[in-house]
Design a protein around this ligand. Structure first.
Ligand SMILES: Cc1cc2nc3c(=O)[nH]c(=O)nc-3n(C[C@H](O)[C@H](O)[C@H](O)COP(=O)(O)OP(=O)(O)OC[C@H]3O[C@@H](n4cnc5c(N)ncnc54)[C@H](O)[C@@H]3O)c2cc1C
Length: 416
């Protein structure tokens, strides 16, 4: 045992959503040893979802982002070592090597290293006006350039790209979105919902282009000079004052891999977050985990997953492993619309729309062999609550009743 035989040390690497959850849950479960979070970012643990929404818009303060401020950390007895990257895990010695050269011994270790923004591999992508959006600092860089009248080009029509587009166009910028696939949100939803969001963005004034490939960036030779234009495969040339790249997330697994843990599109864990080392758990965006509801392994990038896995990791560290049962869900805010999604619609054989897509408030239900496997709702939070129940039960529901707004959704929930 490290430090003193009487005081076990549990270390969490990564102070994001999952890391903060593991640390606070350890205390809730009564852990009396030391809890240390080592985080590469200097900021105290904070929530990322507002970064592309209210925080980018400037409508909430940085204070509202923090999951734990210093007094809360002190009260919980959680030590936060920020601005320090863990360089290496020595599993034999049960020690971490930190970037400042120091070493930190652990008895149990939790990996909550999350992910980083995927980089665009194109000459000019390292220029100062080509920006990513993963951290508070990234938002500060975007905000510094986001003045009305500026031309922002967003590369990627996924959630983050579209949220940034909505926020910036509302602030009076000229916004272009470039998506390589034939439709936006193609990896997460069906053509009907993609078409709805494409229409919403175009109506708001976004120049949204799908099925376009970037052939090159135009920039001056001097390394500090900005990208001024983007050339596309259809021979068009787009003016840009700045560019935001939102083309996905790479899980931070290198530390685990170098330490010899099993990694395969994420750190491989079981349903109790255990890695291939009995003293190491992992949670959040960095994990590849079994999901009972989906019947397969998956790597998710969602707050709900980070929190539920974080709590499960704490239980396992406390010697009380408990398999977590989780139906994946996610949300996205664009303009006044709240998109909420539960389950994964891949493999559906019937789509039922409740409400009118033109009304900007509707629900889409996905059935497979008559069972509800997923639902997307737009600005229908009450329907979403019931959809979560129905999807969690894989309820067999009558499609005509689902579509009929005069039938209350809650009457379709099977009796327990
Ligand atoms: C702009 C944006 C908007 C989002 N919106 C939504 C949303 O609306 N709904 C939703 O459900 N999800 C959303 N997400 C996703 C959600 O924020 C993530 O799923 C969640 O943050 C994952 O938490 P995590 O703790 O696993 O990883 P992270 O939040 O990525 O935290 C990992 C931390 O570990 C640190 N770290 C990595 N390696 C090391 C190391 N070697 N040493 C020390 N520290 C290290 C990183 O610096 C980072 O601080 C959004 C994400 C972004 C970026």
């Amino acid at each position: 045992m490290s430090e003193s035989a009487a005081t076990p040390v549990y270390v969490v690497i990564g102070g994001g959503q999952a890391g903060a959850e593991i640390a606070s849950e350890l205390r809730k479960l009564g852990f009396a040893g030391r809890v240390i979070i080592v985080g590469e970012e200097t900021a105290l643990p904070y929530k990322r979802p507002p970064l592309s929404k209210a925080y980018l818009a400037g409508s909430v303060s940085a204070d509202s982002l923090y999951m734990m401020q210093q007094p809360a950390l002190d009260k919980a007895g959680i030590e936060y070592r920020g601005g320090v990257r863990v360089e290496q895990i020595d599993r034999e010695a049960k020690q971490l090597k930190l970037i400042d050269g120091s070493r930190l011994a652990y008895d149990k270790l939790a990996l909550a290293t999350g992910g980083r923004a995927r980089e665009l591999k194109i000459p000019g992508a390292d220029r100062p006006n080509v920006l990513a959006l993963r951290t508070i600092e990234d938002v500060e860089r975007i905000r510094a350039r986001a003045q009305a009248g500026q031309r922002a080009v967003i590369i990627g029509g996924g959630f983050i790209g579209l949220e940034v587009a909505a926020t910036l166009v509302k602030q009076g910028l000229a916004v272009t979105v470039l998506e390589g696939l034939p439709r936006v949100l193609a990896r997460v939803t069906v053509p009907e919902i993609s078409a709805f969001f494409e229409r919403v963005h175009r109506e708001a004034g976004v120049d949204l282009r799908t099925g376009v490939q970037i052939t090159s960036f135009e920039f001056e030779a001097h390394p500090d000079s900005a990208v001024t234009h983007i050339h596309l495969s259809d021979h068009s040339r787009i003016d840009a004052d700045f560019i935001v790249v939102g083309i996905g997330v790479i899980p931070n697994t290198e530390l685990a891999e170098t330490a010899g843990l099993v990694v395969d599109n994420g750190i491989v864990v079981d349903d109790c977050t255990r890695t291939s080392d009995p003293d190491i758990v992992a949670a959040g965006d960095c994990t590849n985990h079994p999901n009972e509801f989906l019947g397969r392994r998956v790597r998710l990038e969602s707050v709900q997953n980070a929190m539920e896995q974080g709590r499960a990791a704490a239980r396992t560290l406390m010697g009380k492993p408990e398999s977590y049962k989780m139906v994946p869900w996610f949300w996205s805010d664009q303009y006044e619309l709240k998109l909420q999604m539960v389950g994964i619609s891949t493999g559906y054989d019937q789509l039922v729309i409740r409400g009118d897509l033109a009304s900007r408030s509707f629900a889409a239900f996905y059935l497979h062999d008559g069972a509800l496997i997923a639902a997307d709702t737009v600005s229908r939070p009450l329907d979403f609550m019931i959809a979560k129940k129905l999807v969690g039960l894989r309820a067999h529901v009558d499609a005509a009743q689902l579509a009929d707004e005069s039938v209350a959704l809650k009457t379709l929930v099977p009796a327990a």
